[in-house]
Design a binder for this molecule. Structure first.
Ligand code: TA6
Length: 306
């Protein structure tokens, strides 16, 4: 089917009615719905569906550079290129295919791209939707160059949440009971983008939100949870080959300054990105890197944060 500007997108469906939409523009997952048709990813109502802008929302692929700490445009070139369907995908592992619907996409640099990033790579992305609604993104990056190259990478994942600000005081405990929390990043070091990427250490409790957050948590566990009590929903994120986790919410002031997000929409999103940023990955000629992200939504009972 066509999504915007007549650019193709692929729709994956599970037997129970869950679905995923993947656009060839940027190899970007633009929608992930559960079997009740509920959208699980945030998509801005003011998203600009026009190359070279990446649609605000879904899961843009940041490669070969995260952020603007390099010579390329913010978050690198991959999310602003037209990908192709991969006619020669990597062999299927049983876990890849058992009861799943999936699509294999491919990005290779054009002559133009090689001018701004002179390294020949093949980036193969497999997006799969399991029968139980679980979303998996697997990226394989191969160096088909004559010399080594280094890159950083992130699955820039916009999760849809009920209201990031909403705080309910539970009288009994008289402690702030935040509606949206992230667990699994406690006590980690992080680089704070709001403080010139200075290094801090996270305090001992789950992360909650009262203002703009823009951090890269380092050497994180491979499983983290994002709890949204209002919707009785927990996103369980499992990752492999992605040691860091970016946590970002622009909050009110910054989102008002952004053209492609509604003034109040920051309340309904949280970016929790599986990433490899602090230690860029170096590939020698012929070597391949694999980064896998799996997101599952499970009903979260009241005591899930216990
Ligand atoms: O998520 C971290 C971050 O680098 C933020 O600083 C913010 O710039 C965000 O990515 C969005 O970047 P984008 O280029 O998609 O507007």
């Amino acid at each position: 089917t066509k999504d915007w500007n007549g650019i193709d997108q692929v729709v994956l469906r599970s037997p129970l009615g869950a679905s995923v939409k993947v656009s060839l523009h940027g190899g970007q997952v633009t929608s992930w719905r559960n079997d009740r048709g509920e959208e699980l990813l945030f998509t801005s109502s003011k998203a600009i569906f026009k190359p070279p802008k990446a649609m605000r929302g879904g899961i843009p692929i940041c490669f070969p550079q995260f952020g603007n700490c390099g010579s390329l445009e913010q978050h690198g070139l991959a999310r602003n290129k037209i990908w192709t369907i991969d006619e020669n995908p990597p062999p299927l592992a049983p876990s890849d295919s058992h009861g799943k619907s999936f699509v294999d996409l491919l990005l290779k640099p054009s002559e133009e791209d090689l001018k701004c990033w002179p390294h020949s790579f093949e980036l193969r992305l497999r997006v799969s939707l399991a029968a139980d609604g679980k979303l998996t993104l697997t990226s394989r990056i191969r160096n088909i160059n004559g010399k080594p190259f280094s890159f950083s990478f992130a699955y820039h994942t916009y999760l849809s949440v009920s209201d990031i600000r909403y705080v309910v005081f539970i009288a009994v405990w008289l402690t702030p009971f935040f509606e949206v929390r992230i667990e699994g990043l406690e006590t980690l070091d992080y680089l704070d983008n709001l403080w010139q990427r200075e290094r801090f250490t996270e305090q001992g409790d789950a992360i909650t939100f009262e203002s703009e957050v823009d951090r890269v948590y380092l050497s994180s566990p491979n499983v983290i949870a994002v709890l949204d009590h209002e919707r009785k929903r927990t996103y369980v994120i499992r990752k492999e080959g992605l040691p860091d986790v970016v946590v970002w919410n622009p909050w009110e002031k910054k989102s008002k300054a952004m053209l492609d997000i509604g003034d109040e929409e920051y309340k309904q999103m949280i970016c929790v990105d599986g990433a490899a940023i602090e230690k860029p990955i170096t590939l020698k000629p012929g070597e391949e890197w694999m980064g896998c992200l799996e997101i599952m939504v499970v009903p979260s009972s009241f005591c899930s944060e216990g």
